[in-house]
Write a protein that binds this ligand. Structure first.
Ligand code: ADP
Ligand code: MG
Length: 494
């Protein structure tokens, strides 16, 4: 057995950086959490090249004293807890004192900060964990943390970075969650100079619209209730408002975004009887509970939590969500009807004249309302003569269409029969095709089969990029979130 070494803080920090800051989005997450813990009401996040080249977070929080700046980047340096018993009652997002030390060890980091008590701010510049400069500087109360060339000294980790577009997309999702989880903080997030999100800190409804677009409010139940010592507040998608994946499911516990199996299965099970296969519920829920009943010290990234009593958490959430979905009278105490408000989109609070936010969702409502506002139902006129002419015409077109459809269906019946080596015997009830293969008898719903053939044809055309498209006469406004927008942009057919 070889000799046992005590690792130096430099090596230790690099190792823990692997757990705390594995990708640019985790750097953004840790830094924004620090800003929130510092009591900031306004947080700016600016990234370049998916956060790989640069991440700058500016807040108007409490700031760091000049004398404390060098301490902040030491491992296990935190102002948030001081004793063992504090661990059972954590109210801040951070508490492990690892993030700045980890980030500092794998990047070129600058922290500029000023507290209310100081006349002038101070900065430190750190490269790969070594302080290379520190001095006074001019800045306003709060903190700016700049992270350049992330993982420049850890090639192994750099190799695992995805494309800058993909890293940016993960940062965007992280910021969206911060906006939803902290609706009273104003966030501005830019990527390569473009504003992706801007929230104004004016409440959850506005935050929802900011992230998901204006239609989301009418597609959701707003719930606000207390049960078993928990407060459950947020939005649950109505029965029709389901999604094709789980990326629209957001849970905060005491303001912290978490991924938790107990809560997600309670919600999924409550929805289960209302969901089609491969559809998933939409929700944004903030669950508040006594800090002593939840352990957040499970993983360095603080995404997972453990409850002292899983059953109570499961039962409470399940019961609240199912009451709302089942629409029983008790739900009236849980659901708050939406209040018709002023338009959500405001003038940007920017100093730069004419600067427009990039947030595409903010452009759609004005466009659609402009487009449709003047279209009113036309009064019925007496067009009986005209109608007669059209009726004859219509009947003729319908007849031709029917004949064409019948020929097509017969051809498709033959396709099914030949492709599967089946013998076509006949048709029953104008609905089922009867086929046999010498051993078994098949009843095929011919309309479903026809739809399936069309579907397969479309999929194969799409896969081969041989699709026919036709512009719509009246534009259809589709509100999407940032992730969906990225997806559409990457796959859009020109
Ligand atoms: P933790 O958040 O777990 O305490 P960090 O390494 O993230 O550990 O930060 C270390 C300390 O630096 C924090 O406890 C806090 O005192 C200080 N700090 C970091 N970022 C900020 C900020 N934006 N504003 C004020 N203080 C900060
Ligand atoms: Mg922290």
């Amino acid at each position: 057995m070889s000799k046992i070494n005590l690792l130096s803080s430099k090596i230790y920090n690099r190792i823990s950086a692997g757990e705390v800051v594995d990708r640019p989005y985790s750097v953004v997450k840790e830094l924004v959490e620090n800003s929130i813990d510092a009591g900031a009401t306004s947080i700016n996040i600016d990234i370049e090249n998916g956060g790989i080249s640069s991440i700058v977070i500016t807040d108007n929080g409490s700031g760091i004293e000049k004398s404390e700046l060098k301490k902040a980047i030491l491992p296990h340096a935190t102002s948030k807890i001081s004793s063992l018993k504090d661990l059972d009652n954590i109210c801040s997002l951070g508490f492990r004192g690892e993030a700045l030390a980890s980030i500092a060890s794998v990047s070129k980091l600058k922290i500029e900060s000023k507290t209310e008590n100081q006349n002038i701010g101070a900065f430190i510049l750190v490269e790969g964990g070594e302080i290379i400069d520190s001095s006074d500087c001019g800045c306003s109360v709060g903190t700016t943390v700049t992270v350049k060339t992330l993982f420049y000294n850890t090639p192994a980790r750099e190799k695992f970075l995805r494309s800058s577009r993909s890293e940016e997309s993960d940062i965007s999702s992280t910021v969206a969650r911060f906006i939803l989880g902290n609706p009273n903080i104003a966030f501005k997030y830019t990527a390569d100079g473009k504003t992706i999100y801007q929230s104004f800190g004016d409440g959850l409804e506005s935050a929802m619209v900011n992230v998901y677009g204006p239609d989301v409010i009418s597609d959701c139940f707003f719930i606000d209730t207390q049960k078993n010592g928990f407060t459950i507040k947020g939005y649950l998608g109505k029965h029709h408002f389901t999604k094709g994946n789980r990326s629209h499911q957001t849970v905060f516990i005491n303001g912290r975004y978490v991924v938790n199996q107990t809560i997600s299965s309670a919600i999924s099970n409550a929805y289960s009887s209302y969901l089609m296969k491969h559809r998933y519920p939409f929700y944004v829920l903030n669950v508040s509970m006594p800090t002593s009943t939840v352990d957040i010290n499970v993983h360095p990234n603080k995404l997972e939590v453990r409850f002292s009593n899983n059953q109570i958490v499961y039962g409470t959430i399940y019961s609240v969500v199912s009451k709302v979905l089942d629409g029983i009278s008790e739900a009236l105490n849980i659901v708050t009807p939406p209040v018709q408000k002023e338009p959500f989109f405001k003038q940007e609070k920017s100093n730069i004249p004419n600067e427009k936010p990039y947030n595409f969702t903010s452009q759609t409502p004005s466009f659609s309302s402009f487009l449709f506002s003047d279209i009113k139902p036309q009064p019925q006129q007496d067009n009986s003569q005209e109608l007669d002419i059209f009726a004859e015409n219509k009947a003729y077109i319908e007849k031709i269409e029917k004949e064409r459809q019948q020929t097509k269906e017969t051809q498709e019946q033959l396709i099914i029969a030949t492709e599967q080596n089946l013998k076509f015997i006949g048709q029953a009830l104008n609905t089922f095709l009867i086929l046999e293969d010498g051993q078994d008898l098949y009843l095929v719903d011919q309309h479903a089969a026809h739809e399936r053939l069309l579907f397969d044809k479309l999929i194969s055309l799409t896969n081969n990029k041989k699709f026919a498209s036709q512009p719509l006469l009246i534009p259809f406004v589709l509100n999407v979130n940032n992730e969906e927008f990225d997806f559409i942009n990457q796959n859009i057919f020109s």
